[in-house]
Write a protein that binds this ligand. Structure first.
Ligand code: GLA
Length: 381
């Protein structure tokens, strides 16, 4: 949304101009799926879809936020936060964690809007959390430390909202840089901005199916990974190399067949992320595409987090001219896939994939080229 339009809408509600506008993006994960909660490596990028908050500080501890998209209001007091239901739990959870960490917060009046589709695997909730954190940081003079803000936001989601996610989404929304992917070590939270190869487009393929029962399946994967880590005698599967994996699973018994496959996905996926960063630097897009394809197969067969629609859209993508590779992205069980496409073929690709997918699945996909955008930032002071 244009900042002017947003400022105008703020004025309609609060009879004054907003003092600030902040923005935090959604993300697409290029590669490194389900590795974050195994202390592993990920390579997401922030996308040009985001959450915007226009706000002005108040002199008391009241928070008032108008959601322009849902056409509802949230109001709460920073000194007496209580759990409720709905979208306001995200800003509330962030306020709670910031205060718990010792920050002194001020109230604000705000309008909020966004264009990250929800439930699609593009981290709309992380975008709301980081936009809120950015809003508080701006008016309360909190130094913007991306990793610290991401950790607090993740805690808000884990403990206040009750979703057991890893750190990838919040870090991508907090720390990304325009034009770059974010190569992140989820154990140390050290990151590098990795330049995207030239002449390629990153295309998001939304299957239009939404994940159901994702929490229980996600938590089940987490415990299977923990079971495997215990068997390997390590803190997390990040500490197992592909060679360790092959040797130990050949020589010793005792790890269930399912946990073995789950571990194989994590161990090989971490290796793929490290290789992806290298081949990106070398401009080897062909190999990067192969890594995408291999990641999808591993998520489909070993980690079992795809659904029929994701498998179909990925196949449709891989068959198109100019496509280097494609894979599901995010938690899985529905939502989006991501494809790496030759730039001059991208436009044609979006139409061809939509048509092929409609024919194969009977469903309408949303397919769009996305740009690597900047992480959470102040866009108007
Ligand atoms: C969700 C979680 C992330 C990550 C991905 C899978 O998006 O929020 O932390 O685990 O699934 O890679």
């Amino acid at each position: 949304m244009e900042t002017q339009t947003l400022a105008q809408l703020f004025k309609t509600y609060f009879n004054a101009n907003p003092e600030f506008i902040v923005r935090a993006p959604g993300r697409v994960n290029l590669i490194g799926e389900h590795t974050d909660y195994n202390d592993g490596f990920v390579l997401p990028m922030a996308i040009d879809r985001a959450v915007w908050i226009a706000l002005s500080p108040r002199t008391d501890s009241q928070i008032r936020i108008r959601s322009l998209d849902l056409e509802t209001d949230a109001a709460f007091d920073l000194h007496s936060l209580t759990k409720g239901e709905g979208w306001a739990e995200y800003p509330k959870g962030v306020a709670y964690e910031l205060q718990k960490a010792g920050h002194v917060l001020k109230g604000f009046d705000a309008v909020m809007t966004g264009d990250v589709p929800s439930g699609a695997g593009l981290s709309s909730s992380a975008a709301v959390e980081l936009a809120t954190a950015r809003a508080f940081a701006t008016i309360c003079n909190i130094t913007w430390d991306a990793a610290q803000m991401a950790k607090l936001s993740q805690k808000a989601e884990n403990e206040w909202v009750g979703v057991n996610c890893g750190i990838m989404d919040q870090m991508a929304s907090a720390a990304s840089k325009e034009g770059y992917a974010l190569f992140l070590d989820c154990r140390t939270l050290e990151y590098q901005h990795a330049p995207l190869p030239k002449n390629i487009s990153v295309v998001i393929l939304d299957t239009s199916t939404r994940r159901g029962l994702v929490d229980s399946a996600y938590n089940e994967r987490r415990s299977q990974c923990e079971e495997a880590a215990r068997w390997f005698g390590v803190k997390a599967l990040r500490d197992v190399s592909v060679e360790d994996f092959e040797r130990k699973t050949k020589e010793e018994s005792g790890l269930s067949e399912i946990a073995t496959r789950r571990a194989r996905h994590i161990v090989t996926e971490n290796a793929r992320v490290l290789e992806a960063v290298e081949v990106m630097k070398a401009g080897n897009v062909k190999r990067l595409g192969e890594l995408f394809n291999a990641s999808h197969i591993s998520l489909r067969d070993d980690f079992e987090v795809t659904n029929e629609a994701l498998n179909q859209i990925v196949e449709c993508a891989q068959e198109q001219p100019g496509c280097y590779g494609a894979r599901m992205t995010g938690a899985g069980f529905g939502g989006c896939a991501v494809a790496l496409v030759q730039e001059e073929k991208a436009e044609e690709f979006t139409h061809a994939v939509s048509a092929a997918y409609r024919q194969r699945s009977g469903l309408d996909a949303s397919v769009y080229v996305c740009k690597a955008s900047e992480g959470a930032s102040i866009i108007k002071e």
